[in-house]
Design a protein. Structure first.
Ligand code: NAD
Length: 484
């Protein structure tokens, strides 16, 4: 790992650190101060070509021949190394993304757990035999796709790298990763640890660079057999269109506008801290952030007062001081969030509460103290589109029908939370809400390594995490034998 203050990070291709073929670099800024502290190679199609070639050779070489048990053992050693380097990786994640250090620690722990989970699952992924004609035996084998492309975002670099690459390698693929230009240092460091764990060169390659250059080259590459993408809906469409030209399957995880529904009989002492945490976590830059709170009218006033008090008590500041909320990732993101909130306020949306900025927050940092919005018209952009900042929009409803209509009334369908003590209503609402995950009387933004995760509607398709994620990195090969 580079150690000086403007460290020069490199791609990892075929087991070797490499400069960009162009020799060009990108600056890496600290979101807490806005200052440059490292550089990345600005990769392009030439670097992607080299990485895909290396991955293909790995598929045909030692990695392709490794048994499922051997793959699992590599992942288990990798998990142990991540745990050993936990504090170093957490400090790096905190600096690179700006997230509070306790959140960064949790993310690194989750990454180690993904490798552990998929290490254990690698040799438990079975195919099937199929009853067919007399005198025949038919097998449906689960085989890896081959070379998998992974385009990952900046909000959870370590976690999303872990869930995607951990599953793909466990299933026997070789990977080419395009991490996000705004935050990709932990994936680079994690990849170096994979080599230490015994992963053969070429089985895992990372190409840094801009989305429009390295990312687009990977999405359009004819040598890729599958793409996993997490990020914005617009980029997801571009990636899927580019992959379609080569008939490459794509998994898309595209964010959401996830609702938390509070019924009048809910245990508010349990619900309210979770409602606040679900939008403040990672400064709201979470695909599954609980960005809407729907409140039954009978408790609307009380809940708004209690939420406002909680928002006003939050501290927003540099990640290293472990505040409730860190800075946003970039100036661009700060401007985007600010513009969306300004437009909403100009249209009559009321700010019900705002958190405070800590004195230690540097003026160059990208801080946006958490905000609670009231009187939000359900059709307004701020109620429909992903803000990707710590902005919670509140709505009132009467009864289950209106609650379901509001919950389902956006283009997205990623996650939802339902808070009620009525058991029958818990199930009715869980069935009615159009989302890939519904939590009842709890909420986990993105929740759980062991839980299938992914969207309905514009939130995307395909599932990551859990065993389902592992299956997604395989395809079926049918072998039909006529033996008489
Ligand atoms: P993005 O979707 O553009 O970037 C995600 C990844 O895709 C990055 O690695 C990027 O380099 C890559 N990429 C960008 N353009 C590409 C292209 N043409 N072809 C291939 N890869 C490409 O996200 P962003 O611009 O960094 O953020 C914009 C908005 O997207 C955010 O404000 C937020 O609303 C949303 N977002 C969502 C998630 C999520 O987890 N769902 C993550 C990041 C951003």
């Amino acid at each position: 790992m580079p150690s000086n203050e403007t460290a020069r990070w490199l791609h990892l291709i075929d087991g070797e650190p490499r400069e960009a073929a162009s020799g060009r670099t990108l600056d890496v800024a600290d979101p807490s101060t806005g200052e440059r502290f490292a550089t990345l190679p600005r990769g392009d199609a030439r670097d992607v070509d080299a990485a895909v070639d290396a991955a293909r050779r790995a598929c045909r070489g030692a990695w392709g021949r490794a048994t499922a048990t051997e793959r699992g053992r590599v992942l288990m050693r990798w998990s142990a190394l991540v745990a050993q380097h936990h504090e170093e990786l957490a400090a790096l994640e905190c600096r690179d993304t700006g997230k509070p250090i306790s959140q960064a620690r949790a993310d690194i722990g989750a990454c180690a757990r993904y490798f552990e989970y998929y290490a254990g699952a690698a040799d438990k992924l079975h195919g099937e035999t199929i009853p067919y004609a007399a005198g025949s035996t038919v097998m449906a084998l689960r085989v890896p796709h081959g070379v998998t492309g992974h385009i990952i975002p900046w909000n959870y670099p370590a976690q999303i790298f872990g869930r995607s690459v951990g599953a793909a390698l466990a299933a026997g693929n070789a990977c080419v990763v395009k991490p996000a230009e705004d935050a990709c240092l932990t994936p680079l460091r994690l990849a170096a640890l994979a080599l230490e764990a015994g992963l053969p060169p070429g089985a895992l390659n990372l190409v840094c660079g801009l989305g429009a250059e390295a990312g687009a080259a990977l999405a359009a590459h004819p040598g890729i057999d599958h793409i996993s993408f997490t990020g914005s809906p617009q980029t997801g469409t571009a990636v899927a269109q580019a992959a379609a030209v080569n008939h490459v399957p794509v998994t898309l995880e595209l964010g959401g506008k996830s609702p938390q529904l509070l019924f009048a009989d809910a245990d508010l002492d349990a619900a309210l801290p979770v409602v606040v945490q679900a939008i403040v976590q990672n400064a709201g830059q979470t695909c599954a952030a609980g960005s809407r709170v729907l409140i039954e009218r009978a408790i609307h006033e009380e809940v708004m007062e209690r939420l406002a008090a909680r928002f006003e008590a939050l501290r927003c500041g540099p990640g290293r001081l472990d505040p409730d909320c860190g800075p946003l990732i970039s100036r661009r993101q700060l401007e985007r969030v600010g513009a969306m909130v300004e437009a909403a306020c100009a249209d009559g949306v009321r700010v019900a509460a705002r958190a405070r900025l800590m004195d230690e927050a540097a003026s160059g940092g990208h801080y946006f103290p958490p905000l609670l919005l009231a009187q939000v018209p359900p059709a307004h952009d701020i109620a429909q589109q992903e803000v990707f900042g710590p902005v919670l929009a509140a709505f009132a409803f009467d009864g289950e029908d209106e609650a379901a209509a509001l919950a389902n009334g956006t283009p997205y369908g990623l996650t939802a939370g339902v808070w009620t003590r009525d058991g029958a209503r818990q199930l009715r609402m869980a069935h009615r809400i159009e989302a890939g995950q519904v939590f009842v009387n709890n909420y986990g933004a993105g929740g759980g390594i062991e839980l299938p995760f992914g969207g309905m509607k514009h939130s995307g398709h395909g599932r990551e995490k859990a065993f389902e994620g592992l299956r997604g990195f395989t395809t079926i090969k049918t072998i039909a034998i006529r033996h008489g």
